[in-house]
Ligand binder design. Structure first.
Ligand SMILES: [Zn+2]
Length: 232
């Protein structure tokens, strides 16, 4: 199994796999996990019960039916997360790599590849060269805003160019719908636009902060998944 990067939604399930399942990650991802994951788990188990209470309260105070349903959705989501708590334990990868690993099976060959960090400090993807498939982790999302919270947009663009050069017929993101190279191009446009806006703002007002042209209110729906790109 490959941990694509250190984010909790990609590694907190490690412990539920049988001990003989060998888990791989990049050396840098493993380093970050060793440092961050124990505290992340403590905070996660503290955060979600509080979040559930907050959304339950917001559902009670909702100004209309749509908002009430939105927050009730959030409450169910939070409860589903809380139900996983007993299984969420620290488990580090068994093996690390720094650039590329190849596994030849009887039927197919797979590669674990890292080209550095774009969405996180270190992102890995799984490539099936003969089938021309790539499991991208969070390096790609389809019709959805990419998450740049811990990202490096310029390095991310370089990684996406390399992914396109592998000429995949299908890309399988860590979240949401499958995509093609056309969806990679959409994320490239998004990152380039964002960089241009940040540079312009930095030049004109001394801050690189970019305000999104829509209201991203902190509701379960927009807070967790963000709006789909085609809705904005
Ligand atoms: Zn992520």
């Amino acid at each position: 199994m490959l941990n694509s990067h250190w984010h909790q939604d990609h590694i907190f399930g490690n412990a539920i796999f049988a001990p003989e399942t060998e888990i791989y990650a990049t050396t840098r991802t493993c380093e970050i996990m060793r440092e961050k994951t124990p505290t992340d788990i403590v905070e996660f188990k503290k955060h979600w019960p509080e979040q559930l209470t907050e959304w339950a309260e917001s559902a009670r105070m909702a100004k209309d039916e749509a908002e009430r349903l939105d927050f009730e959705d959030g409450v169910r989501f939070a409860q589903a997360i809380i139900n996983t708590f007993p299984q969420v334990k620290m488990r580090l990868p068994d093996h690390t790599f720094t650039d590329r690993l190849e596994f030849k099976g009887t039927k197919r060959t797979i590669e674990f590849v890292t080209l550095g960090g774009g969405h996180s400090d270190s992102d890995a993807f799984l490539h099936l060269p003969a089938e021309r498939l790539i499991f991208t982790g969070d390096l790609l999302v389809v019709k959805t805003h990419p998450d740049l919270t811990y990202g490096h947009p310029r390095d991310w663009l370089a990684i996406l160019a390399n992914i396109k050069a592998l000429d995949p017929i299908c890309l399988i993101p860590g979240h949401g719908e499958f995509g093609t190279v056309a969806d990679v191009a959409a994320i490239e446009r998004y990152l380039n636009d964002l960089l241009r806006m940040a540079e312009k703002n930095a030049r004109e007002s001394g801050t690189a902060r970019v305000l999104l042209p829509y209201d991203l209110r902190r509701s379960p729906k927009t807070g967790i998944t963000l709006r789909r790109l085609d809705e904005t």
